[in-house]
Design a protein around this ligand. Sequence first.
Ligand code: AOF
Ligand code: ZN
Length: 375
Amino acid sequence: MNDDTEYDLTQAEYYMQECFDLAERALGRTSPNPIVGAIVLDKDGIPVGKGYHKKAGDKHAEVVAIEEAGDKANGGTLIVNLEPCCHQGKTPPCTDLIIKNKLKEVIFSNYDPNPMVDSKSEKLLLKNNINVISNVLEKQGLELNKFFFKWIKTKLPWVTLKQAQTLDGKIALRNNDSKWITDEEARKKVHYIRNSYDAILVGENTVSIDNPYLTVRGIENSKNPIKVILDMNLTTNPKSNVYCKDSKVLLATKKGHLKEKLNDYLKLNNEIEILELDEAEEGKLNLRQLFIELGKREILSVLVEAGPGLGSQLITSSLLDEYLLFIAPKIFGDKDAIPSFNLEILENIGTARRFKIFSHRLIGNDLMLLLRPTT
Ligand code: AOF
Ligand code: ZN
């Protein structure tokens, strides 16, 4: 079957795609929960209820869809992108509602790796004579919830490195000017992307040179991600724009700074959380430790807007999940312009860091590449 065209989609796949679209409406807002969309078809296959999970603690998608369907759920089919839950969390088990409302069939995309669920719901539904079809558009479902699936299995966030560069691999002029490498459309896209992440991470150089706000702008009903600043030696100006109160700020620094020095940062924003980390080799902070701490705070995804220093540290770690690269069709041609990475001399092409091109897209006159490290 060719699943590139809608005409060839089976009915289940067609509605699963709609579940993905419903789920996506809450992208970036449900952590630590997944994004989930659900549709109820009545016994004649007519959609009678639709819903999605809006945020952690709110009704699950299945509940919204079944409540909307009311009596028409009886004898019908539930389509949902994640195996329904069977445990009491912040909300009651969805399997109870499915059984009580006498649905005859449940179709889902991905099994829920949450140890509280993990195929248990499938077994429970089958035991109650409810037909179960699993793994419908499984790959797409895994992509949709890549943040949740990584975190629930490893307790680490999904880490994306984002850069914008010229054709000759430069991210700024030698005087550090990086405004604007890509065109407006690509910059707008970055705000959409920021909006879907739980946190944005930058290093001290980005704060000192660009003085960014790291907020989401120009999007309706947007939310600002948590800002994580890596500043090992506390060299950033406490009055920098990132430290303002528009969203939670986590200042990651090395252990052992004097209280007074830390207090400089808390004077203007007393809600900044200071995260004291160990120093890794080469006088850098321990990124693994940082991501473990972020995972504990239920941060499922981190967008790293990095210059060459932090970018190089990330690509040499095993912590990177994705590299989002915007390429502007421009050439600086200046050998001393700022490169995307600044690692040591590489003698052998065979030892280059390799990526698989996961997707490519034109955004205006810029190219957006999504790359994944090959293992
Ligand atoms: C959601 N939304 O639509 C579905 C979820 O604390 P609770 O009760 O909200 O349960 C959260 C867990 O429930 C979550 O980690 C996932 O395993 C499961 N399914 N969660 O937030 C939904 N279907
Ligand atoms: Zn549920």
